[in-house]
Design a protein around this ligand. Structure first.
Ligand code: GTP
Ligand code: MG
Length: 444
């Protein structure tokens, strides 16, 4: 099957790139262009016609990459045309009329590259991360994995385990020959060394995942305290409706921010109160869920209602909560409760007072959260699960010290090595392929 897709962004742009990969690539080129077939990897200016006619669609650059020296390993081509919706549609329409040509699924080019051994799974994932990266930190993390740093370490652990396995298997194959004491000691030493290295990587406060997904901050509090005003102020746009009506926000409103290079996902939520309104109740439930999953909760209240009840009372005693008293312009002298225990930050969004203190407090929390002295960072839950599984198998292995258990111990090692292989894509990959490539964009 030959696949094609718009690989550059949707909509109007200077240039659009349509990519083709598969055995019919040559046919596509011959049917859409006239004249000499282009030289491999040489940008060639071509008139691009509607299929089987001389009706011109556009003029553009054609690149021809014969396989296997291409991104996917198959024959590939790229049409660089004017970035117009109608030009792209006309070209795609013409290609789709050729037999065995169809539009690509999300991530399909990269999936083929992986299947043809051009890249490993970690690299495929990091390509997706790089495309999605919004901040410098996310870009650096993706490029580090893309260049193979993590793969090297996982592969090294895996090959060390396979070496141990070879020794254990030797014992099974030649049971009469005693393994020298030295080798048995080495086996245990090297397996426990790998175990402690994996443990160290797992004990990472999820920094890699937070970099990839963004540090999640939820704004919560009673209605009308100024939560939406705060979201708008921090994101420098009117993302949420602000009004003096209590209960304005119902849905969760999410904005992506870049604070000093740190990726942040900021959520504004419905004001929390007892409500009989079905829609408002749903909004409040969403707010509670956001609070649970957030890395930091900012609880906003106003001076005239400066007390916490119910859910908020529990939330403010949590370590991941920052208490903010907004509307300080209305006076904080008459606040009912002594708030010093919460270490609140007093701000006024309308008068733009003290918000810099709030921002620098958030900044410090971010700095601490993103601090890591790890050599490699886990960027996805998938990797974490495989590493945890690997540890379990290694522990099982270490618990089998008797000679008669050697064949079972060998199986534990095999399973442990397989878990590491799954991260890089060396074993049983079919079932995990779908879940990885599905969240790519089309054309990559
Ligand atoms: N005086 C004063 N009013 C403010 C300040 N910040 C926000 N307000 C006003 O407070 C009202 C409520 O603001 P919102 O941002 O909509 O409050 P909210 O917490 O999102 O409210 P809900 O969505 O209903 O839960 C609006 O009329 C704002 O203009 C402030 O610093 N001082
Ligand atoms: Mg609101």
């Amino acid at each position: 099957m030959t696949i094609f897709a718009l690989s550059s962004g949707q909509g109007i742009s200077g240039i659009s790139v349509i990519r083709i990969s598969g055995p019919e690539t040559k046919t596509v080129i011959s049917k859409l262009t006239n004249g000499n077939f282009p030289e491999p990897r040489v940008a060639t200016l071509k008139k691009i016609n509607k299929i089987n006619t001389n009706e011109l669609i556009d003029e553009g650059i054609l690149l021809w990459f014969p396989g296997p020296n291409s991104y996917t390993g198959e024959d590939m081509a790229e049409f660089h045309v004017h970035g117009s919706v109608s030009v792209v549609l006309a070209i795609q329409n013409s290609i789709s009329k050729i037999e065995n040509c169809r539009i690509a699924e999300p991530g399909e080019f990269t999936k083929i590259a992986f299947q043809n051994g051009k890249i490993n799974l970690l690299k495929a994932e990091s390509i997706s991360d790089l495309i999605r990266s919004e901040t410098e930190m996310q870009r650096q993390q993706a490029i580090k994995i893309m260049s193979g740093k993590n793969s090297e370490i996982y592969n090294f652990w895996r090959s060390s385990l396979l070496k141990i396995l070879a020794n254990v298997e030797a014992k099974i194959d030649f049971p009469d020959e005693d393994l020298p004491e030295k080798i048995i000691n080495e086996i245990h030493l090297s397996s426990s060394k790998i175990k402690s290295e994996i443990k160290k990587v797992l004990n990472d406060k999820k920094v890699g995942e937070i970099i990839r997904e963004g540090f999640k901050i939820a704004i919560l509090g009673p209605p009308n305290a100024g939560k939406s005003s705060l979201l708008n102020y921090l994101s420098r746009r009117d993302a949420a409706i602000v009004s003096e009506v209590a209960g304005t926000t119902r849905d969760v409103i999410e904005v992506h921010l870049n604070i000093d290079g740190y990726p942040v996902v900021l959520s504004d939520t419905a004001g929390i109160r007892e409500s009989k309104d079905e829609i408002e109740k749903k909004g409040i439930n969403l707010a509670l869920k956001k609070a649970e999953n957030a890395d930091l909760n900012i609880v906003v209240i106003e001076p005239k209602k400066a007390y916490f009840t119910g859910f908020l009372k529990g939330l403010v005693s949590s370590e991941k909560t920052l208490v903010v008293v907004n509307k300080s312009d209305l006076g904080i002298e008459n606040m009912l409760e002594d708030f010093s225990q919460y270490n609140p930050i007093y701000i006024s969004i309308i008068k733009e007072k003290n918000i810099d203190t709030l921002i620098s407090t958030i900044r410090n929390k971010l700095k601490n959260k993103f601090l890591s002295n790890q050599n490699i960072l886990i960027t996805r839950e998938r990797h974490r699960l495989h590493l945890e599984q690997c540890l379990t198998h290694l522990e099982n292995f270490e618990n089998k010290r008797d000679e008669q258990d050697f064949d079972k111990a060998a199986e534990d090692l095999r399973l442990a090595a397989r878990e590491l292989g799954k991260i890089v894509g060396k074993f049983d990959v079919e079932e995990i392929l779908g879940s990885i490539f599905n969240d790519f964009c089309i054309g990559k």
